[in-house]
Design a protein around this ligand. Structure first.
Ligand code: PGA
Length: 255
């Protein structure tokens, strides 16, 4: 898919996190996605646990893309337990999450590692969804900006610009994740504006090499409202993505 297609479509990422527990349940869950009618204006991506990637690809008969929830910051070698960009590409992943707050908490990711994950994604033709999060609203703007400053160096910028690649940046307020309560539009827009201003300062805005997402308790009751926020190019859903009723409702709403 080229950048033009990305810009025309509203992204919806379904992050299954570490669910469901067995392959049969994963296949049954994916079957629900398979059976849905996907309107051309949307770009749905299901982020399955890596161990399910191959078997979900085999039963994927829809226009849904498959992504991974993480990517190694290394190319190959003696890195026990890690999955490389090349492996993910070979497993049919077009997208990967990077620096989700839950991965960051588990692995204590440093900016250099996050940056190298971005580089591995881009080099392997996988579109990165870079998650940027914050705890407290009082310090959110400063926290968001300093994370972006630490991650984006010349090497990443050159890769994105020279190859005219897209990066999604997902705003992920940690206290809203899994809480059932999303941020309201004015807050979402004011924080996404920090991201937009930063990306503009890097001159990525000229070709609009980035798109902005919101994640944190998006569900069937609020997705339409959140979709109206000025700076939202799409969503990242966790809990709702493993609930068949929510998934069906969301696709019906987005018709
Ligand atoms: P949630 O998760 O929808 O369950 O809040 C969102 C996320 O982790 O991105």
């Amino acid at each position: 898919m080229n950048n033009h297609d990305q810009h025309k479509k509203l992204f919806i990422g379904f992050n299954w996190k570490m669910n469901p527990g067995i392959i049969k349940q994963a296949q049954d869950l994916f079957q629900i996605y398979n059976d849905l009618n996907i309107t051309p204006g949307f770009l749905p991506v299901v982020f399955t646990p890596n161990i399910y990637l191959h078997s979900i690809q085999k039963i994927n008969f829809s226009d849904i893309d498959i992504g991974s929830q993480d990517i190694s910051d290394k190319e190959s070698g003696a890195y026990t337990g890690q999955i490389s960009g090349q492996m993910l590409r070979d497993a049919g992943c077009n997208y990967c999450l990077i620096n989700h707050s839950e991965s960051n908490k588990a692995y204590n990711l440093k900016p250099k590692s996050i940056r190298n994950k971005l580089i591995q994604g881009i080099r392997n033709n996988i579109i990165p969804i870079l998650c940027i999060s914050f705890y407290k609203q009082e310090t959110a703007k400063v926290d968001l900006e300093s994370q972006l400053q630490n991650i984006f160096n010349l090497e990443v910028l050159n890769l994105v610009k020279l190859q005219n690649r897209i990066i999604y940046i997902a705003l992920e307020p940690i206290l809203n994740i899994g809480s059932g309560k999303a941020l309201d539009c004015s807050d979402i827009d004011q924080y996404l504006e920090v991201i937009t201003n930063f990306m503009t300062s890097l001159e990525l805005v000229k070709q609009k090499n980035y798109l902005t997402l919101y994640g944190g308790s998006v569900n069937a009751s609020n997705i339409i409202e959140i979709g109206k926020c000025k700076l939202v190019d799409g969503f990242l859903l966790g809990g709702a993505s493993i609930d068949p009723q929510q998934v069906t409702k969301i696709f019906n709403l987005l018709k």
